[in-house]
Ligand binder design. Structure first.
Ligand code: GLU
Length: 377
């Protein structure tokens, strides 16, 4: 496998998945974690900061529940297992280190709500200043299923953004990104470097991972997409091969690196694109699509062909172009008008808004400052 050099880094988020923590499907196992722990200790000795995002609470909880195999059946059961397993997981990691580990359980709400985001960020920075290692997981016990980040790959990317990290390390049980699933296809070719995560790269993400893993390659790409957009290099590494971490200490990667974007999104645009959920869609014509993409324009009512979903002024919506039966997202933004209002002013000139609605908020439907282009058509 080709080796690639990893840029210098000062603060990393390291994500360790269930496949490494509980290779047998339950409990916690030291089998793969010793080299990761050694990597963390050695990195800290060299003056770098590390935040760990660790899965495995549900798997650890299962070890306390005798006699029943298989995946948890109900959501309350899974949430209860997470509550049982989380302290075991913390105790387990703490054994490796002679510095304190600090538990941080986050939900999607903590990322969405500005006050809670800032609060979590301040706490994270304080924990690092105190010399501890934050160990983060989703607060599975209380997070409502529909309002979860849902997988720890994406959670780790959010944490990397929250912490202002310069490196995201996703450890799993595959050797990186391939042009086909290497477990099913022995001819699959390894892709060591990805400059842009576009539709072609997403197309490579095969099916889901093992029974315990929430994510497959797709969530890893989503995580890399989120992190690199904010200027964070992201690497995928096989954590079942201990020697990979020895190489990494020397700045050499056996895996895949997704290079950070040269011009990262601002915090506001990143939050709009990657955290704020969209509640509907605005379908635009070719002219509007071009103006948004190449001319830095705002979205005007004249370019709107249709709306999909129910949304109100102030909501985030996706702007899409329709070709045949497919919708291609172009941008995401915060709309000044709700879906019912847009149905009445679509295709019309801005000066006609007042005539159509009897009032006018603004001449534009989405102002350029409230709009972020989606790079992957
Ligand atoms: N938060 C889950 C757990 O600790 C894992 C989610 C994931 O691995 O993506 O069990």
């Amino acid at each position: 496998m080709e080796s690639i050099s990893v840029p210098e880094w000062k603060r990393a988020v390291i994500k360790v998945g269930s496949a490494l923590i509980a290779p047998e499907g339950r409990g916690c196992s030291t089998k793969h974690l010793l080299p990761i722990a050694r990597f963390i200790i050695e990195s800290r000795n060299r003056g770098r900061e590390v935040i760990l995002v660790s899965s495995g609470a549900v798997a650890a909880g299962r070890s306390l529940k005798p006699g029943r195999g298989g995946a948890p059946r109900s959501i309350p059961e899974k949430q209860a297992l997470a509550a049982l397993g989380q302290p075991l997981l913390m105790a387990y990691w703490s054994r490796f280190f002679d510095f304190p580990c600090a538990q941080l359980l986050l939900t999607y709400d903590d990322l969405l709500n500005r006050h809670r985001f800032v609060n979590a960020r301040n706490t994270l920075h304080e924990l690092l200043r105190l010399g501890s290692m934050p160990v983060v997981n989703e607060n599975d016990t209380v997070a409502v299923e529909e309002l979860k980040v849902g997988d720890n790959d994406n959670l780790a990317a959010h944490v990397a953004v929250l912490a202002g990290a310069d490196l995201l390390v996703i450890c799993s049980d595959v050797d990186g990104l391939f042009d086909a699933d290497p477990r099913a296809n022995p001819d699959a070719r390894h892709i060591p470097v990805v400059e842009t995560i576009d539709a072609d790269i997403y197309a490579l993400a095969g099916g889901k991972g093992g029974p315990l893993a929430t994510g497959g390659m797709r969530t890893k790409l989503e995580a890399a997409d989120k992190a690199t957009a904010r200027g964070i290099d992201t690497i995928l590494i096989n954590g079942t091969k201990g020697e990979n971490f020895e190489h990494l200490l020397k700045g050499v990667l056996h895996g895949t690196i997704f290079h950070r974007r040269d011009t990262p999104l601002t915090a506001k645009k990143h939050w709009m694109l990657h955290t704020l959920p969209s509640t509907g869609r605005i379908v635009v014509d070719e002219g509007a699509a071009r103006a948004l993409r190449s001319e830095g324009a705002s979205l005007l009512p004249s370019g709107i062909v249709d709306v999909e979903g129910r949304f109100a002024a102030g909501d985030a919506v996706e702007i899409v172009r329709r070709r045949a039966a497919e919708a291609h997202p172009i941008a995401k933004g915060i709309t000044q008008y709700g879906d019912q209002e847009l149905l009445r002013i679509r295709g019309r000139h801005s000066r006609d808004i007042e005539e159509a609605l009897g009032y006018v908020y603004t001449d534009v439907v989405i102002h350029r400052d409230d709009l972020v282009l989606i790079e992957t058509p």
